[in-house]
Design a protein around this ligand. Sequence first.
Ligand code: EPU
Length: 337
Amino acid sequence: MSRVRRSVSLRLANSLRVESVAEEYVEARDASELCSALDRARRDAVPVTLLGGGTNVVPLRRIEGRVVRVASRGISFRRGREGARVVAAAGESWHGLVRACLGRGLVGPENLALIPGTVGAAPIQNIGAYGRELSRWVSGVSVVDTVSLERKVLNAAECGFRYRDSAFKSEERGRYVVTAVTLDLRDEPAEAGYPGLAAELDRLGRAPSSVSVAEAVIRLRRRKLPDPRRVGNAGSFFKNPTLTAEAFDRLRGMVDIPGFSDGERVRIPAARLIDDRGWKGYRAGDAGVWSRHALVLVNHGGAGGREILDLAYRIRDDVAQRFDVELELEPAVLGRD
Ligand code: EPU
């Protein structure tokens, strides 16, 4: 375990690039270092905040206690008769894992290419894009239980995966720290049915394969979403909400919006509502809404977490007032002002 440092800036450890100071900070390079870090924090009686790639968080000015950053590395592949088993350490970059799979001719995670963040963060919000979700392949998530400090492997059912949600984010919030993810990839055709994706493949003149889908997804994302290395952002800032069929009908009287069935309910793109209210490209100081995607809030340079959040709340209230639809934040808010 690296030594515990005091008053550490997290500006470069979060993709929104907002200034935030961790009272204490330590990195864990593998599961046993993580157990020691948690054990030591317990003995020191300091609260722990876990951080992966920092791509889905809004850090406020100060984080009390100890930030533990999971920095474990390593990916292993084992080919079976019907696919491959991939085990990746939590600190690996998600996109790096997608590339490693492509390099081995495996099919599956290409629809999730270019999603920022680490492998360890992926199961927490069950990352998804262009017609696929991580939960499709997860056979196990290795964790450290913060209560018993034991290492365990949770199976897919125990992870409670749902749209942009899991037991790690909801029922068991804070209980487990992810140390590795095991994916079982099957030999199957690439998924190219998502509306914009099929059109992009057509434009490229390519038949669907894991490589062509990855290329199309990368082009689509680059066109619409800001590169976090250039413009601070945390991806989608709101979840796409679901409505009852009646509420959806009522909404359609106000705005032209698609709906996708999700069990009994209808899931709608929050971006459409935010866009309709004219927020796209809006700027308040250095906090803004990305000009090419209404669901993405950006930091043009000097915004703090509070300014980003204030803007998010203004958008949320405006959408609630106009459309009677409640938007829920997607990133987690860390620390306080
Ligand atoms: N739309 C607008 N205005 C905009 C952007 C989009 O009206 O500024 C409309 C589009 O016309 C389209 C609909 O919204 O009909 C959906 O847009 P898009 O395909 O971009 O998808 P999304 O629902 O906004 C979700 C994910 C993204 C993921 C894309 C592609 C959530 C919260 N977001 O966005 O994930 O990349 O689908 O699959 O589910 C992320 O979570 O950080 C993220 C970027």
